[in-house]
Design a protein around this ligand. Sequence first.
Ligand code: CP
Length: 311
Amino acid sequence: MNTEYQFQHKHLLGLADYSTADIQHVLDQALHFREILDRPVPKIPTLRDKTIVNLFYENSTRTRISFELAQRRMGADVVNFAASNSSAKKGESLRDTIQNIESMKIDMVVVRHQSPGVPHYLTRCVDAHIINAGDGAHEHPTQALLDMFTMRQYYGRIQGLKVAIIGDIRHSRVVRSNIIGLKKMGAEITVCGPKTMIPLTAKELGVEVSYNLEETLAWADVAMALRIQLERMEHSLFPSLREYHDQFGIKREHLDKYPNFMIMHPGPINRGVEMEGDVADSERAVILDQVTNGVAVRMAVLYLVAGGLRV
Ligand code: CP
């Protein structure tokens, strides 16, 4: 690491804004927080004078709980906002909502929204630090960071890793952040899925494209399966989920045939669609490790974005 390096971001809006050194620094800090999480009392007072709002306009299990645990384990005051039971339902605009919340003296906002660009928009509405927890099909930067942290944990490196991302590439913010981050960190990437789920512009992102699951699994060190995002499809892009599973679902037989690849999934999993349940539960899957690591990665992001307060 360059001794002159300084992390200088007020926000985490997407990995497109972060350099290789920034990503490396977040992953290195996350390692420190991962060790803290293994202590009998996994708590530190780093953010005890901070108030953080988790502003969720879209459903979430992992990301919301993971951020909240990270915040509480660092001593922050935490407020959870769910659009479904808020005055957004009475027609209040996003700008009015966030400016009213900021008037109550908050320091950071973690936002998930169905519209791409909302985290960027919030930086123009308020002075608080903004962290993107997923904006439409644009970016999900903390998911990609925890994915890279998990790959590095198992392989000891990201440089040169062969990462296959399989499934609904077209609608996935996880893919976009992972491609941006993994390329900066020197991984090789192949995206694999039905033609209708892979954008024509995929190659312009500097990745290989494959429509053949067997060839892709034979090549890969990591197989990251993605959920079919029915909620973002205007029309069905595949005849049926059964047919999708037959062609692109990872099956037990693949584990025996190709002994190298590790299985990842950002969740939530549709068992029997992108992979057999048996595969998700197998010794080759690190899906729950990804979730555990997510808390440490989010602690690192909160810590750094808040200004690198003393741990
Ligand atoms: N991986 C992920 O973003 O999961 P949630 O939608 O449950 O937060």
